[in-house]
Design a protein around this ligand. Structure first.
Ligand SMILES: [Zn+2]
Length: 197
C-alpha cells in the first residue's frame, strides 16, 4: 500500500540526508506527524534561513554569515600560516587546538577518482591567489585517507613553485580516520609533528 503523496515526499527528503536509509526515513516522517505546529514552523524557517544566510567565505571557503568568515577578518591571526583542510568541520576541529593561530583554506572535498572529483572541482585556485609575501607556510591537513593523501600529494606538487614551506600534518592520526573525530591532544601532536614535504 502506498503512502499519501506528501508523506512519501517527506520520506524521500529524509533519505537524501547522509547515512539515512528507508527505514530511518520512514521513522522520521512518522515523527513529523506528531510534531507540534510551532516546532514544524521553526524547523522549516530555520531550513530556509540556513540556505539563504550561510555562505562560503570569499577568501578561504569556510562557512560564514556575510562575505568573509570571522577568521579571515581577524587581524590578530597569524597571517604567515595557512592550514588547508577538506571541509568546514575540520576548521572547527582544528580550532579546538588552541595552539594554532594561523589562517585556513577549505578545499570543500578531496580528489576522488571514484566520484569523478578532480583538482579543478576543489576550492584550490583561490589558495594560489591568496599566497602573498607574508605567507610563509602552508600546512596540508587533509584527512589520512587514500583521497586525503592523494590530494595532499597533488597539492604539494602544485605548491612547490611558490616560495613557501609546505608541510603535512604528522601521522599521529590513524590511517583512514577523519580529523573532526580526533581528540584535541592527537590533533595538537599531529600539528606539532608536521613535516616539510
Ligand atoms: Zn575565511
Amino acid at each position: 500500500m502506498q503512502y499519501p503523496e506528501i508523506f512519501q515526499e517527506m520520506i524521500d527528503c529524509f533519505k537524501r540526508l547522509p547515512g539515512i536509509g528507508t527505514k530511518s526515513a520512514e521513522r522520521m516522517a512518522y515523527h513529523v506527524l506528531n510534531m507540534d505546529e510551532e516546532y514544524v514552523q521553526q524547523f522549516s524557517n530555520t531550513l530556509a534561513r540556513f540556505q539563504k544566510e550561510i555562505h562560503f567565505c570569499k577568501i578561504c571557503g569556510h562557512i560564514c554569515e556575510g562575505d568573509y568568515c570571522t577568521i579571515c577578518l581577524d587581524e590578530q591571526r597569524d597571517q604567515s600560516m595557512i592550514c588547508v583542510v577538506e571541509s568546514p568541520k575540520d576548521v572547527y576541529a582544528m580550532e579546538k587546538v588552541k595552539e594554532y593561530h594561523g589562517l585556513y583554506h577549505v578545499l570543500n572535498g578531496t580528489i576522488s577518482i571514484m566520484d569523478g572529483k578532480m583538482m579543478e572541482d576543489l576550492n584550490i585556485q583561490s589558495l594560489f591567489e591568496r599566497i602573498q609575501e607574508q605567507t610563509k607556510e602552508i600546512i596540508i591537513a587533509t584527512n589520512p585517507t587514500r583521497e586525503g593523501e592523494t590530494t595532499a600529494l597533488y597539492l604539494a606538487r602544485l605548491l612547490s613553485k611558490y616560495p613557501v614551506v609546505v608541510s603535512r600534518i604528522a601521522n599521529g592520526l590513524p590511517i583512514g580516520s577523519n580529523i573532526d573525530y580526533a581528540d584535541e591532544l592527537t590533533l595538537l601532536r599531529s600539528l606539532e609533528g608536521r613535516q616539510k614535504i
